[in-house]
Design a protein around this ligand. Structure first.
Ligand code: ATP
Ligand code: MG
Length: 593
């Protein structure tokens, strides 16, 4: 692929680009120092002026495989960094013990790289894990206690919930809220040292129990949880809450623009409150990062939640995270999507500040538009029935095979030709024959002439059927001197052209015809369980015949099968001796109303 760096930089603007351009023009971050690695204020103060004009981050939680929604976020964050001479960090947000797994860590790295992005910048490896910041997060918590901005609350969970109030009712101060600093500090250290039971106490920020924003009613920032962490082992029995951890992670990494989805909008005041306090205490560098929210991707016919995708995998509704029907990046890749298609999709949908649904056809459209100019063409017969040219022996000679050729790509003659042979018997699509043709049917029916694409004109004479009335063989006569590309070949006019593959040199292939995983555009609308809307026909497997040129192709090669759409050799099951194609998408949107 062309590296993202050489891509067209004249991208349509959006509110995030405007914010960054404004900050660059104003020099908001121009005085920043970078200590060469994440760290506190002193660490960065001892560094160099940051060579990166902006710093962004993509912060997945390694608890599942990334999906097309994450792809939007990756293209956005890494794309902005690329376009504004900045860098983008890949940060594993692993502050929640128990859930994470190295299988996911590796899959996430692969996904980012496959999309064409890299976390190595200016000779640095900007791959980080949030759990490396636990020591700092603890220190920051003690600072908040010492500066009178946090307290240990020992109300029960129920009391805490009731005293938080709701949208119409202000909260009630905890009786522990006015504890002296020294007592808070001692108690917090006891929490850390394992002297208190899980759930017995939490550390809360002391902000405002009457705030109209419930997130500011003294949010919990540390909880007790005796859990083994994949990185820090059993060192900690207290863990920071996500809303506390995330701003600190951004600050230590000197992120300038912290982009997240809209559901975090109400957390922004706490994000700023926390970082303002830590900057006041000179624990983190100034100016601190700012959070900006954009609308998450909602795609019709698709689930974008790791938890729900995990359910499909665990209940074996699909063959795995990389099932070609899955909207995971590994699934899309195996389905035949290219990184370019996903970049184009991300660009076309843009970024906005209000939630909306993107039609699935936008994703497929981006795929077709990127594959059409590059995919080599081939003929394939997906539902084969034999066509016999009954006069072949007299016209062409018994046993004779005639050479045919076709361009690899109709717009790229320089890519050369594909070669195949026609003989007395060819495979055609079952649907290309009708005994009694409906109106407007121009293909095979008794007495009608059609062209075998890249071959000869033939005239249908009839068909044989089995006891059930199923056609077993179609018969036709070859019209002499009509072969494509030979002088006078178009003297006989026909209205229909059909694709075919020679019986003699056809390659048998397993073709997996994939369709949408759900029958409903909104699989969970009206409170329905998405499992009820699974499309029972999302996969059908057929034995097809393809052109001989496809005999030796490698896995992951994409083709346009003429008339049928785009197909890719399966990354997992295609091997020498076993040809397996996945249908990527049809030639056009067959779901459009
Ligand atoms: P999920 O609910 O699927 O687990 P998540 O948001 O919890 O999603 P994270 O691993 O925390 O998953 O996400 C990493 C980044 O990807 C976040 O910055 C988040 O904003 C972004 N992201 C996740 N889902 C989407 C989506 N549908 N559209 C755009 N960005 C998304
Ligand atoms: Mg999450």
């Amino acid at each position: 692929m062309t590296s993202p760096a050489d891509k067209d930089i004249h991208k349509p603007s959006n509110f995030l680009r405007q914010i960054i351009e404004h900050d660059l023009a104003k020099g908001t971050y121009s005085g920043r120092q970078w200590g060469g690695s994440p760290g506190d204020a002193a660490h960065h103060a001892g560094g160099q002026p940051d060579p990166a004009k902006v710093r962004l981050r993509f912060p997945p939680e390694p608890n599942g495989y990334l999906h097309v929604g994450h792809a939007k976020s990756i293209c956005l964050n890494f794309g902005l960094a690329r376009d504004y001479q900045g860098v983008c960090h890949l940060r594993f947000d692993d502050t929640n013990p128990e859930k994470e797994d190295t299988e996911y860590v590796n899959a996430i790295k692969d996904a980012v790289q496959w999309l064409g992005f890299d976390w190595h910048n200016n000779g640095e490896n900007n791959l980080y894990q949030a759990s490396d910041y636990f020591d700092f997060m603890y220190r920051a918590a003690e600072y908040l206690i010492e500066s009178g901005n946090a307290y240990v609350d020992e109300q029960s969970a129920d009391e805490m919930r009731i005293n938080r109030g709701d949208f119409v009712k202000p909260g009630v101060n905890s009786p522990f809220r006015s504890r002296p600093v020294a007592e808070n500090l001692a108690r917090f250290r006891e929490m850390r040292d394992g002297k208190l039971a899980d759930g017995a106490a939490v550390l809360r920020a002391k902000i405002d129990m009457a705030s109209p924003n419930i997130n500011l009613r003294d949010p919990a920032i540390y909880r007790i949880r005796r859990a083994h962490h994949h990185n820090t082992g059993d060192k900690w029995c207290i863990y920071p809450m996500y809303t506390y951890a995330h701003p600190i992670e951004d600050a230590l990494e000197q992120i300038t623009h912290s982009i997240c989805t809209l559901e975090f909008e109400d957390q922004r005041p706490f994000y700023d409150w926390l970082l303002d306090k830590l900057a006041e205490g000179q624990l983190i560098a100034s100016p601190h990062p700012r959070q900006y929210e954009f609308a998450r991707l909602n795609l019709t016919y698709v689930l974008t939640s790791k938890r729900k995708l995990a359910q499909l995998v665990n209940e074996k509704r699909v063959s795995g995270w990389d099932d070609p029907r899955m909207p995971t990046i590994v699934g899309l890749r195996r389905r035949g999507y290219t990184p370019e298609a996903i970049h184009l999709f991300a660009e076309r949908i843009g970024v906005t500040k209000s939630d909306s649904w993107i039609d699935y056809s936008t994703l497929e459209g981006a795929l077709r538009d990127t594959l059409d100019p590059i995919a080599p063409r081939a003929m394939a017969v997906l539902d084969p029935v034999k066509l016999v040219l009954t006069n072949w022996d007299e016209v062409m000679g018994a046993g004779k095979l005639d050479d045919c050729s076709a361009p690899v790509h109709p717009h790229h003659p320089e890519q050369g030709k594909r070669e195949f042979k026609i003989g007395k018997e060819v495979w055609i699509e079952r649907t290309d024959y009708e005994e009694t043709p409906p109106k407007g049917f121009f293909r095979l029916f008794p007495g009608n002439k059609v062209r075998l694409k890249y071959g000869h004109v033939i005239e249908c004479t009839g068909a044989s059927k089995d006891a059930n009335g199923q056609v077993t063989e179609v018969q036709a006569k070859l019209i002499p001197d009509t072969k494509s590309g030979t002088p006078g070949s178009d003297a006989v006019k026909v209205k229909g052209v059909i694709t075919w593959v020679g019986v003699n040199d056809a390659v048998q292939a397993e073709v997996r015809l994939y369709d949408r995983l759900f029958t409903e555009a909104h699989p969970e609308a009206d409170g329905k369980d998405f499992l009820e809307n699974l499309n029972p026909n999302s996969l059908s497997v057929v034995t097809a015949y393809v052109e001989p040129s496809l005999a030796g192709v490698a896995a992951g090669q994409r083709f346009q099968f003429e008339r049928h759409g785009y197909f890719v050799t399966d990354l997992k099951d295609h091997a020498s001796g076993k040809v397996v194609f996945n249908r990527v998408t049809g030639m056009k949107d067959s779901w459009a109303k």
